[in-house]
Design a protein around this ligand. Structure first.
Ligand code: FBP
Length: 551
């Protein structure tokens, strides 16, 4: 095996722990603080989770007396998309459990939750862990998107845990995986099984956050990686002065990534889906706004610029949302018939007949490539895969034809040349920033404290993150406390509410107060590559969003 020089140096990095987790592990314990309730749907949730609802909020504290924990086996699983820092969650968990009792074992389920169902396990020892410390990716045990949600699956989980003598399961995942983890915890309790389930908040998207989870891990590194790339493109654009770069950024529905990258790089235009939905902006209006900026910049002598587009934009534009919803229903209800239509022409003729008048019109106005993308394979839930719709190209095409019209009317004299980009996978497996390395290590370390205290249905929570690491606090939050009921696929389900960009909160208002200046002037900021060694203000600072939210 050969390693890059940076990988060798990162192996030596000793992640910082908050003061409260630093002491003798046998003296670190928990301080339960009264019972809790969910923010809404208290009755429904307390009925759905009779054994875990209302569990106390937990603070991790230093005890006066030490207790030597018995050895335990813990199972760990990585669920969903990769996010930088996952390996440090595992190494933090491993180090804590080995310090507490060297006979304890950490068992990694392979390739995500399906690893539990298929009983595929790798025992993680020091030699393996050491190869993955402070590195990106989830390749230590792999990840997957299988959902654990049926009773039959829960029974297999229980059998496999019993077979492996596992007394705690640590699920590293996003809102869905943590919700399912809480349902599993409730099920285990109902069956009088003592296996505890502890979650760890992961997703680059940044939408798993609330009063108790300040940020999901991976957001910091992913946004810094994208911002480096955007800054480089800004430099290029400002040097060549000939291209408009349309950059789509991953992040699924919420625009947190796009907003953070905009704050870090000060582009000319950044679209925020939540604002577009709030203002009911149509696709045409979005294009007109963009064209206005392009024309004004051109009049100032700048036929170049940077546009940031959130991945989920298309679903927030009212007429597109309606079209997508009709398409999803049509393709689900007439799957067999649709499968017999082999050419795109036949498909679009049939679609146009079946859609409502408004949606049929919207569909007909879209460029051919976008129409094709809208008819592509659905995801496992029967929904169009929005991340595969090339919104950046759609906007370029629409902006370009509007500019042609203006040119023919003598209202635009510039030249419009464009480049499109999509940054997503590029940021999901970067070496975790020092922030994510420290945060994830602490989350994993703390997950051990919660698991060994026999808590279940909790999520590991490290807070006060805008402060230096030593001031971070640690504890556990009952997952039911973060839940609400939402309609999913026609049924009311318990879910952890996804955090969307709050248009009243500082990250957005700060952006909104500056964007008109950024639109016309080239006020680009060049964050450069993530720095792992050097002055703390360059290496250790958290995201701008976290700082502005000031939690
Ligand atoms: P998670 O929510 O599972 O963390 O995944 C986030 C994400 O990176 C989204 O930003 C993106 O839309 C999606 O995963 C892509 O999924 P896939 O890796 O399956 O292509």
């Amino acid at each position: 095996m050969s390693y890059s020089p940076l990988q060798v140096e990162r192996y030596k990095y000793d992640p910082k722990l908050p003061e409260v987790l630093k002491g003798d592990i046998q003296k670190i314990g928990i301080n339960p603080k009264g019972s809790t309730t969910s923010e809404s749907n208290k009755k429904e949730l307390s009925e759905l989770f009779p054994r875990t609802y209302g569990a106390p909020f937990i603070e991790t504290i230093t005890l006066n007396e030490g207790i030597k924990p018995a050895s335990i086996n813990i199972g760990v699983v990585l669920s969903g998309g990769q996010a930088p820092g996952g390996h440090n969650v595992i190494s933090g968990l491993f180090d804590a459990m080995k310090k507490a009792n060297p006979d304890s074992k950490l068992l990694g389920f392979l390739r995500g939750p399906s690893g539990i169902l298929e009983n595929k396990v790798l025992e993680l020892n020091a030699d393996i862990i050491d190869q993955y410390r402070n590195t990106g990716g989830f390749d230590i045990i792999g990840s997957g998107r299988t959902k654990l949600e049926t009773t039959a699956q829960f029974d297999i989980c229980e059998d496999v845990c019993k077979l492996r003598d596992i007394s705690a399961l640590v699920i590293v995942g996003g809102d869905d995986s943590n919700t399912n983890g809480a349902v599993l915890a409730e099920y285990f309790k109902q069956k009088n099984s003592e296996i505890s389930v502890i979650g760890v908040p992961k997703t680059i998207d940044g939408d798993l956050k609330n009063e108790f989870i300040e940020v999901s891990f991976g957001f910091d590194t992913a946004t810094k990686t994208y911002s480096e790339l955007i800054g480089n493109i800004e430099k290029d654009a400002n040097s060549a002065k000939k291209y408009w770069h349309f950059i789509k950024l991953m992040g699924r529905s919420a625009s947190h990534i796009c907003l953070e990258c905009a704050l870090q790089t000060q582009p000319n235009i950044a679209l925020i889906s939540e604002e577009i939905e709030n203002k009911h902006k149509s696709l045409t209006e979005i294009v007109i706004d963009m064209v206005n900026v392009i024309v004004k910049r051109s009049e100032l002598g700048s036929d170049f610029g940077i546009v940031l587009i959130p991945e989920g934009l298309i679903e927030f534009i009212p007429e597109m949302k309606q079209l997508i919803s009709e398409l999803n229903t049509l393709l689900a209800d007439h799957e067999d018939h649709f499968g017999t239509l082999h050419t795109f022409e036949d498909q679009s003729r049939w679609i146009n007949r079946e859609l409502s008048r408004d949606s049929s019109y919207v569909f007909s106005t879209l460029p051919n490539n976008i129409q094709r993308q809208l008819l592509m394979d659905r995801d496992p839930h029967g929904n169009v895969q929005v991340s595969r719709i090339e919104t950046e190209k759609l906007l370029i095409q629409m902006v370009s034809s509007r500019l042609d019209e203006l040119k023919s009317e003598g209202k635009y004299k510039g030249t419009f040349s464009s480049q499109d980009h999509f940054f997503g996978y590029e940021g999901r497996c970067a070496f975790p920033s020092n922030f994510d390395a420290d945060y994830c290590y602490s989350l994993g370390y703390n997950a051990f404290i919660l698991a060994s205290s026999k808590l279940t249905g909790y999520i590991s929570s490290i807070r006060n993150l805008a402060k230096p690491v030593k001031e971070w606090t640690a504890g556990g939050v009952p997952v039911t406390m973060m839940m609400t009921m939402e309609q999913r696929h026609g049924k009311m389900k318990p879910v952890i509410k996804k955090a969307m960009v709050d248009l009243q909160d500082k990250p957005f208002t700060e952006f909104a107060s500056k964007r008109d200046i950024w639109a016309l002037k080239s006020s680009y900021l060049f964050p450069g590559a993530i720095q792992y060694f050097g002055p703390s203000e360059v290496c250790d600072t958290a995201s701008i969003t976290l700082g502005l939210e000031g939690k």
